[in-house]
Design a binder for this molecule. Structure first.
Ligand SMILES: NC(=O)C1=CN([C@@H]2O[C@H](COP(=O)(O)OP(=O)(O)OC[C@H]3O[C@@H](n4cnc5c(N)ncnc54)[C@H](O)[C@@H]3O)[C@@H](O)[C@H]2O)C=CC1
Ligand SMILES: N/C(=C\C=C\C(=O)O)C(=O)O
Length: 487
């Protein structure tokens, strides 16, 4: 355990108060491998306190009008925006991502999440049907469910946490959120803004700590009727199991093994830089990242040559370097896991064309213990290989050739995941046809990660259960009732 003198010490935020914890976990700076922060190691006791606070806050918060709640969300968005630079610096240090990505994507999107749901909550309508022959009118009303349990991962820390908190409180719920123990700092910083934004005590409670301790205490608590989770599939299975005795409502956003399908008529000028980005953005640690690139045979050699050239320009640097395209991976354990996939691929006879084990990484002496690796491109690999089947969640992508449309759809669909696919072609008919046949909750054609927050976001098959977005999140975070009036 590290000495505590110079370390950043986080506290839980419960009932509008910062509260210390009995025990703490070390949190590492991924760019150096040094402990720099200590995170509360909360458990059942803290969840109990948070439930009490959330329960007490619920009647007042849920009774406010959507307009009143919307104003609070707008104020919070403004305060986050004012603190953008400070939050971006903190996110980059805590997660290992580049400062540029934190400044241009993570924190702006966190701000947008509050603004978006502050607006969308004002525009929902309910349903009404007539049954004149029975002299009846039927209509629906929606009400917040109660205390929402929100569990978020380490890859897009504030971005994904706010994507859950914003719709939950906009709809009138109170929440208990548990960020990843690996990246808790920006959630704690946001807590400092809640009172000023006008969020009443107990509406947003944040308990820090590990999944098995505080995560499970939250999921198992009988007074938390709904859980929204983003993370890995094995954890989702555990959450499902623990929620089953209480019949909880679950939203599960899980992993992907996302294909990019590149047809011979693709615009390679646009396709290549976008596919480099979709493979390696945020060190490949986004569930939407491309990890299987299928290229039509007639352009395979040209694509591979140009893709490799572009990948080699994707600069790995320390997170604070504004010219870096990629920073450090989240943890030593994760770096080792990602490297193990490359080892396996090599042992199976695949070719590693660039990156890990091929090129040399150059880092300042202070960062030699950081969790860095180069973007890695694998080829000559079989569809059955674990690199082509399992989520690696790192800067590794496989490039393989295909012949026909029918063949590539079958191969793209041949994994257990179904989250996000990209299709590159200038043939509009083909683009529609292929998009429709892919088993994927999201299909981007001739682009990647252009988000329309109104529309459903989520995966098929093992990539998840449920959807998030304006209407979908509203429906998840509210209980619907059908009322019949006989007149
Ligand atoms: N969005 C995604 O698709 C993500 C996928 N992953 C995948 O998962 C792999 C493992 O990463 P992890 O950090 O271990 O993901 P994870 O699924 O274990 O962690 C996500 C969140 O769940 C919590 N958690 C863990 N165990 C829990 C439990 N038993 N009950 C309640 N909450 C629990 C964690 O503390 C964290 O807040 C990655 O290598 C990657 O492949 C990881 C993060 C995000
Ligand atoms: N859920 C994830 C990304 C979501 C992105 C978005 O909503 O735009 C993930 O990487 O886990």
């Amino acid at each position: 355990m590290a000495g505590t003198k110079t370390l950043l010490m986080l506290e839980n935020y419960i009932g509008g108060k910062f509260l210390p914890c009995n025990s703490y976990i070390d949190s590492y700076d991924p760019s150096t491998g040094d402990v720099y922060c200590r995170v509360p190691d909360s458990g059942k006791e803290e969840v109990e306190a948070a439930v009490e606070a959330a329960r007490a806050a619920f009647p007042g918060w849920s009774a406010r009008s959507p307009q009143e709640r919307s104003q609070v969300l707008h104020r919070l968005a403004d305060l986050l925006e004012q603190a953008l630079e400070e939050l971006a610096q903190a996110e980059s240090k805590d997660q290992g991502k580049t400062i540029t990505l934190a400044r241009t994507m993570d924190i702006p999107r966190s701000v947008q999440n509050f603004r978006f749901f502050a607006s969308s909550i004002l525009h929902h309508t309910s349903e009404c049907t007539q049954m004149d022959h029975m002299g009846c009118l039927h209509y629906t009303v929606r009400a917040p469910v109660g205390i929402a349990g929100l569990i978020s991962p380490w890859n897009l820390p504030l971005y994904l946490l706010t994507w859950k908190i914003a719709p939950a409180i906009a709809a009138g719920n109170t929440v208990i959120a548990k960020p990843s123990e690996l990246t808790s700092v920006t959630a704690w910083m946001m807590c400092k803004l809640l009172e000023k934004a006008g969020v009443p005590p107990g509406v947003v409670n944040i308990v820090f700590g590990t999944g098995p301790r505080v995560g499970e205490a939250l999921v198992s608590h009988p007074e938390v009727p709904l859980i929204s989770f983003t993370g890995s599939q094995p954890t989702a299975e555990r959450i499902t199991l623990l929620s089953a005795p209480h019949c909880k409502r679950l939203s599960l956003e899980l992993g992907g093994k996302n294909p990019a399908i590149i047809f011979e008529d693709a615009n390679l000028e646009e396709c290549i830089p976008t596919t480099v980005r979709s493979s390696f953005a945020n060190q490949g640690e986004i569930c939407l990242c491309t990890s299987r690139i299928f290229v039509q045979k007639s352009i395979y050699s040209e694509f591979l040559k140009r893709f490799l050239e572009a990948t080699k320009l994707w600069k790995v640097g320390i997170p604070s370097d504004p010219s870096a395209s990629m920073g450090a991976l989240i943890s030593k354990a994760h770096l080792e896991k990602v490297r193990s996939y490359i080892k396996k691929a090599r042992a199976e006879g695949a070719q590693i064309l660039c990156g890990e084990g091929v090129d040399k990484l150059s880092l300042p002496p202070r960062n030699q213990g950081g969790y860095f690796m180069l973007p890695t491109v694998i080829t000559d690999i079989k569809d059955e290989s674990s690199c082509m089947k399992e989520e690696i969640f790192g800067p590794v992508t496989c490039v393989v050739p295909f012949d026909s449309e029918e063949e590539v759809i079958k191969r793209a669909n041949s994994v257990k995941y179904g989250l996000a696919a990209t299709v590159w072609s200038s043939n509009v008919g083909r683009v529609h046809r292929v998009a429709k046949k892919l088993q994927s909750g999201l299909v981007w054609t001739n682009c990647w990660l252009i988000r329309e927050l109104n529309l459903p976001f989520g995966g098929m098959k093992s990539s998840g259960v449920g959807r998030e977005g304006a209407k979908d999140s509203y429906e998840f975070f509210t209980e619907v009732k059908t009322i019949t009036i006989k007149h």
